[in-house]
Design a protein around this ligand. Structure first.
Ligand SMILES: Cc1cc2nc3c(=O)[nH]c(=O)nc-3n(C[C@H](O)[C@H](O)[C@H](O)COP(=O)(O)O)c2cc1C
Length: 199
């Protein structure tokens, strides 16, 4: 584990908030939880109701199994949970995948559920917030929302696959994206294959 990317992070603070919303690609959030577990990161998971739908549609995972990958899980409606307060120290949050609806709420500080409240808290406390926004194509309103969120301090991290690693399976691509997200949060890990430079 390497926290060099985030000088403010103490080894004692290994808490990461993970929101999974109803955009396509729920497997990315699941893989991130699996990798974070390997890295001994304390994860606080919130699943949106729509994420439960996409999970059923796109995977064989059950919500309870996914919640079991996290250190803690919180109900989506529980705006009184620990992670809804800035006094609860975390080193950041990731919404993976992030729907346009949740992007819109975060960009506008419309914090009416635990994912959007925890994201707003992450921004106001100056902590890292990664939004793995998944939608295509994007209209101008989407682009405005992305700009608004970036201006508030969010890191916009679309789940764009890398081809320089010559992935042979979907599984490799999924792992690479999840590992790259963790690396951007300051959590170096062996699954993220960096560009070695042209021979
Ligand atoms: C199978 C499925 C796939 C979806 N894919 C996307 C998507 O890729 N991006 C997106 O913004 N919304 C997508 N949606 C729509 C969202 O689930 C919907 O807007 C929902 O209200 C998002 O709520 P949440 O952000 O609270 O999870 C999808 C819905 C379903 C059922």
């Amino acid at each position: 584990m390497n926290y060099a990317d985030s000088p403010g992070i103490m080894m004692t603070n290994r808490r990461l908030v993970v929101g999974i919303t109803g955009a396509s690609g729920v497997i990315l959030g699941i893989r991130l939880l699996e990798l974070a577990r390997q890295l001994d990161i304390e994860t606080h998971l919130v699943l949106s109701p729509s994420a439960r739908l996409t999970m059923q549609q796109e995977t064989d995972w059950k919500p309870e199994q996914v919640q079991g990958l996290a250190s803690y899980h919180h109900p989506h409606r529980d705006i009184g949970a620990s992670i809804a307060s800035g006094s609860y120290i975390t080193f950041g949050m990731v919404v993976i995948p992030c729907s346009i609806k949740t992007l819109s709420a975060i960009a506008n500080s419309y914090a009416n559920d635990l994912i959007t409240r925890a994201a707003d808290v992450t921004l106001k406390e100056g902590r890292k917030l990664l939004l793995v926004v998944r939608e295509t194509p994007l209209h101008r309103g989407h682009l405005r929302l992305l700009t608004l969120a970036a201006e508030a301090g969010a890191i916009i991290f679309p789940p764009v696959p890398a081809f320089y690693t010559r992935p042979e399976t979907m599984d490799e691509m999924i792992t690479h994206i999840a590992a790259r997200v963790l690396a951007r949060l300051g959590l170096e890990n062996e699954h993220y294959q960096k560009w070695p430079g042209l021979e």
